[in-house]
Design a protein around this ligand. Structure first.
Ligand SMILES: Nc1ncnc2c1ncn2[C@@H]1O[C@H](COP(=O)(O)OP(=O)(O)OP(=O)(O)O)[C@@H](O)[C@H]1O
Ligand SMILES: C[C@@](O)(CCOP(=O)(O)O)CC(=O)O
Length: 502
């Protein structure tokens, strides 16, 4: 049987950090060209596990390998007794439990089996890999191989903030669901000429979204806004938080991490067609487009210091409870500023569509809409700093302000900011990206040079492959079904994982 391969993009919360936790506000999310891949293959016939024996049920193995990490290997034994699956971890020397992977396998199996009770399940080998940009690479290595081994354990890796756990959970649960429910063997899809397979039906995509939100919330032990999972499924978007009530009591501690939930009940809660709460909350319906305008680039850079997002969120919410009137005023104003920035970007995209020659002619000079975008960004930043000072949280701390101001001064830079929760994690810089002209340096070149030479903080631009490019499909796309051999370096990564298996 052919491999089932699903990829999901990483994310940048361009604007709307904190506010997006409240359904009254929106988050403006850009998906990155850097993607996370899951490859599901059946183990060879000789390795298939027979009936589970004593319990009289049936069983099979799911082996998951993450070949970028020294400890990236897990084995699960799935056993069905009286129509219900249990998925137990089988210890592997040198590996530590991975809740994100374990819960993904269990929930995807429960949902797939509830959808296809007659399906027969065979032992699988699964490979999960993220584009190099999800993790800080050895900066001396100019061009690492795709999905390069990081030479460390998962716990010790330095992540870059692109949302590795959300992209991994979404691609893993979705690939398993597709594999087990048979959608991957659609003969029409297999003969499609494109380098990618047709995307899943919208209803399947919505189920994948709900499943991944559930698993990610359970694995994190908290409910973030879920914008990262939504970006992994639907790509760049204006995000409104999914209503957590849709999950009913699935996250309730009495459910023992989901292990007490029957497969049919899980499907009934997660299926948009069976659970009317999702329609009321409008999962994909609440995902309206958000796009960077053509000929712009969102340059991303990793700041080495790092911040603790959950504790920053806790403190901001504490301030909101302690000073509700002041906080409400700031959030309303910041919400309006975020929307004004989004509206300006939408207008720029519309201008480019209506009159592309005019847009290209005007944008490089002093197009007033770009000046408006620049002042919108400044307005957002002023309010973010105000929120940070009022709540005692360094959302845009002075060191970052200095760096962002220096970037913003460079010619061809529209503006710069801190993504997501802010702090000392990362920055984005929105640059004009002229159609290539060999005689003039692109604005992103001078930003890169500034960042590389910056002495006050350790800051490193992510590789250009991670930057989102306005006006391109790759800058907006969500979950995709891939062909194994069409993704550069993917079969080699699968092979590296296979060779490591004991
Ligand atoms: N390549 C991978 N293979 C297996 N598990 C992974 C991989 N990447 C991430 N994970 C899982 O995700 C967890 C990290 O989740 P966490 O929520 O701390 O990061 P994150 O917020 O997604 O990070 P970032 O946004 O910086 O990428 C890891 O502990 C691991 O369980
Ligand atoms: C602060 C918050 O709004 C954004 C966090 O974003 P990031 O993980 O810093 O990219 C929290 C959330 O939305 O889950």
């Amino acid at each position: 049987m052919a491999a089932t391969v699903v990829s999901c993009p990483g994310k940048v919360l361009f604007a709307g950090g904190y506010l997006v936790l409240d359904r009254a506000h929106k988050g403006f999310v850009v998906s990155t060209p850097s993607r996370f891949y899951t490859v599901v293959q059946e183990q060879p016939a000789s390795a298939q596990v027979g009936p589970a024996g004593s319990a009289g049920g049936e069983g099979f193995e799911v082996r998951v390998v993450s070949p970028q990490f020294d400890d990236g290997e897990w084995s699960y034994r799935a056993t069905r007794t009286a129509a219900e699956w249990t998925v137990d971890e089988v210890a592997i020397e040198g590996s530590s439990p991975n809740t994100f992977v374990h819960l993904s396998v269990r929930a995807a199996l429960q949902v797939a089996s509830a959808l296809r009770p007659d399906a027969s399940f065979r032992s699988l080998e699964v490979t999960v890999v993220g584009s190099n940009d999800f993790y800080s690479q050895d900066r001396a290595d100019a061009a690492p191989i795709p999905f390069a081994p990081l030479g460390c354990t998962i716990r010790n890796v330095h992540k870059t903030g692109l949302g590795s756990s959300a992209a991994m959970v979404t691609s893993l649960t979705s690939a398993l669901l597709l594999h087990w429910t048979g959608a991957s063997s659609n003969p029409a899809a297999a003969s499609a000429p494109s380098s990618r397979l047709p995307a899943p039906e919208p209803a399947t995509l919505d189920l994948m979204h709900n499943l991944a939100q559930y698993v990610h919330s359970l694995a994190q032990g908290k409910v973030g806004s879920g914008f990262d999972v939504s970006a992994a499924v639907y790509g760049s978007q204006t995000y409104q938080r999914f209503a957590v009530e849709c999950l009913g009591d699935l996250l309730d501690p009495t459910q023992a991490g989901g292990s007490k939930i029957a497969g049919n009940d899980l499907l009934a809660a997660l299926s948009p067609s069976l659970n009317p709460a999702w329609t009321a909350s409008a999962t994909s319906g609440s995902v309206s487009p958000f796009a960077l305008p053509p000929h712009t680039l969102l340059l991303l850079a990793d700041v080495d210091a790092g911040s603790n997002t959950p504790s920053m969120v806790g403190k901001v919410l504490q301030w909101k409870r302690a000073q509700p009137d002041e906080a409400q005023r700031v959030w309303t104003e910041l919400g309006r500023s975020n929307e004004a920035l989004r509206d300006t970007l939408v207008e720029l995209s519309a201008r480019a569509k209506e009159d592309s020659a005019g847009y290209e002619g005007a944008w490089s000079s002093s197009c007033s809409l770009f000046s408006r975008a620049a002042s919108d960004i400044v307005a957002v930043r002023n309010l973010i700093r105000h929120m940070g000072e009022s709540s005692g949280v360094p959302i845009e701390p002075p060191e970052q302000t200095k760096l962002l101001d220096e970037c913003s001064k460079l010619p061809g830079v529209v503006g710069a900011g801190v993504p997501g929760a802010g702090g000392y994690d990362a920055i984005w810089v929105l640059c004009l990206a002229p159609p290539s002209s060999p005689s003039t340096a692109a604005p992103c070149d001078s930003v890169e040079a500034l960042l590389r030479g910056y002495k006050d903080m350790s800051v490193a631009p992510l590789s250009r492959t991670a930057w989102a490019r306005g006006g391109t499909v790759e800058g907006e796309t969500g979950l995709l079904r891939e062909r194994l051999n069409e993704v550069n370096g993917l079969s080699e990564a699968v092979e590296r994982g296979r060779q490591r298996r004991r």
